[in-house]
Ligand binder design. Structure first.
Ligand code: SF4
Length: 222
């Protein structure tokens, strides 16, 4: 579904289909999805999940892009009483409390979620559809740039004169939380995430998804 549509077309379709029940999340590892969404649907709310362990550069960069492009940015945080420094002993539990729970709170009562997943991110994302069911969260998941290569992203950023994340040219092709992100090669962009462990995903993008072909009503998965 929408396999041959441009990201702008996909985003406009999603906004028409789901209206205020659409949530756009970005990580600000790069500026592209936030800029695309704001171009396709000016003023659309863009959500950043701040785990409490973002690089200082990411927080600065998000604010810089907000100012430059007038983004309607909302930052979501973990619960204030969440246990600290769990990443030192249990990264799955830390991601569950600091990424997954805030996302699920943000998606509560919504019908669709836009993410910046791309097939070229790595093997675990190689089959990402443009539109899929997130069966776990009972929403339609929309991945407008799923088909884009690194070249497509770079070309879009250059064409729109978008600044890069300050860590990009310091060897970080993929940027998450500072305790769990190391520099890596461009050939394996997510290789620096949880390096030295078997973990490759934080749990946000585990959905058991499938292509969708039916219109949703709130809370429905069929
Ligand atoms: S990426 Fe690391 S610091 Fe961030 S939520 Fe997951 S385990 Fe915690």
């Amino acid at each position: 579904m929408h396999e041959n549509s441009t990201p702008h077309e996909v985003l406009r379709w999603a906004h028409t289909e789901f209206g205020p029940d659409l949530v756009v999340t970005v990580s600000f590892a790069d500026p592209v999805l936030a800029h695309l969404a704001n171009e396709a649907v000016p003023g659309i709310e863009i959500v950043l999940i701040d785990t409490g362990y973002l690089f200082a550069e990411t927080s600065w960069y998000a604010d810089d892009l907000r100012r430059r492009f007038g983004l309607n940015l909302r930052t979501v945080h973990p619960h204030p009483d969440v246990e600290r420094d769990v990443w030192q002993t249990d990264t799955d539990a830390c991601c569950a409390a600091r990424k997954v729970e805030p996302l699920e709170r943000t998606l509560a009562g919504k019908r669709a979620w836009v993410s910046g997943l791309r097939r070229s991110d790595g093997a675990s994302r190689a089959n990402t559809p443009v539109v899929q069911d997130d069966l776990l969260r009972r929403v339609v998941k929309v991945n407008p740039i799923a088909r884009w290569t690194d070249h497509d992203v770079d070309s879009y950023a250059a064409a729109h004169r978008l600044p890069a994340h300050p860590l990009t040219d310091r060897g970080y092709p993929s940027i998450g939380c500072w305790p769990c992100t190391r520099p890596s090669s461009a050939d394996d962009p997510r290789g620096g995430r949880w390096s030295g462990s078997e973990k490759t995903e934080c749990g946000l993008h585990v959905s058991g998804g499938e292509l969708v072909g039916v219109r949703r009503t709130t809370g429905s998965t069929s």
